[in-house]
Design a protein around this ligand. Sequence first.
Ligand code: PEP
Ligand code: MN
Length: 341
Amino acid sequence: MIVILRQNPNPDQLESFIAWLKEKGVAVHTSVGESNTILGLVGDTSRLDIDLIAALDIVQDVKRVQEPYKNANRKFHPEDTVIPVGGTQIGGGTLTIMAGPCSVESEEQVVGIAKAVKASGATMLRGGAFKPRTSPYAFQGLGERGLEYLKTARAETGLPIVTELMDVTQLPLFKDVDVIQIGARNMQNFDLLKAVGHQEKPVMIKRGMSATYEEWLMSAEYVMAGGNENVILCERGIRTFETFTRNTLDLSCIPVLRYLTHLPVVVDPSHATGKYWLVEPMALGAVAAGADGVLIEVHNDPEHALCDGPQSLKPQVFDTVAKKLLTLHGVMQSVNGGAEV
Ligand code: PEP
Ligand code: MN
């Protein structure tokens, strides 16, 4: 971090500022120029409050030269994080295919979809039991009963389950799920992030609708600061001026996150586009750009789905898409010089 001081700073104020910085554990290098004095702060600056420093009388400007996240930062953890989940893994050159209905609607529905997506090559079952809906009058999910149906589907197919946690109070019910999803609307629910940071299940954080990469990575940092290193980032589209698609899929996040962080990246073309016919091209684009996985909504009867029917693939369409994704993933592995899978 670089702090540029105002001209002729009060010597007492400067002395106590430097002492305070040293107390925070950073080394301070002072360069006195003709008109300005500059402080170079070296060490772990992630705990320094940049806004507080900027507001001091003697400070003219402050710039971070290091990202405010440490655990999620690739600089301090060059190897990709690989997350083992129920006999499979996320990251490390594999292609994770999470598929399932937006909402669990009945045992028969979720077990049927789970069997179909498994046969097509899905590696995880994704379905919502607790649903964050824009309208309070819309179907809110089956709750605890939905979680039980997901577990039945797991028992019948062997697919690990990923499902959304909306509130800290629901956490005891999630002891037996495989991956906990934090939805876009909760990406900055810091109490929820702290709570999942203090337990062991892997956590998939969906990108907030208007979140920058840094804000998203700071959410991952919340979970990791609590001791849980198993975090997955899920791009699900961001809000832009475009209204034709539900959101705008930011595929450039894949190489950017690859550069900034060691955490695996999954792309959700279903919520990003809101249209079933855009799911295949965007999922293929995500795999070509190097995503570690995709999240695709699949419904046996999209016309009558209780949630997100227009973006859901029928199982037979998903079958074609999954096969193309696996083929493309193999091609990308060989193009990039890795082992073919
Ligand atoms: C979901 O995955 O079902 C969901 C509600 O997505 P998001 O949080 O990305 O809107
Ligand atoms: Mn959905």
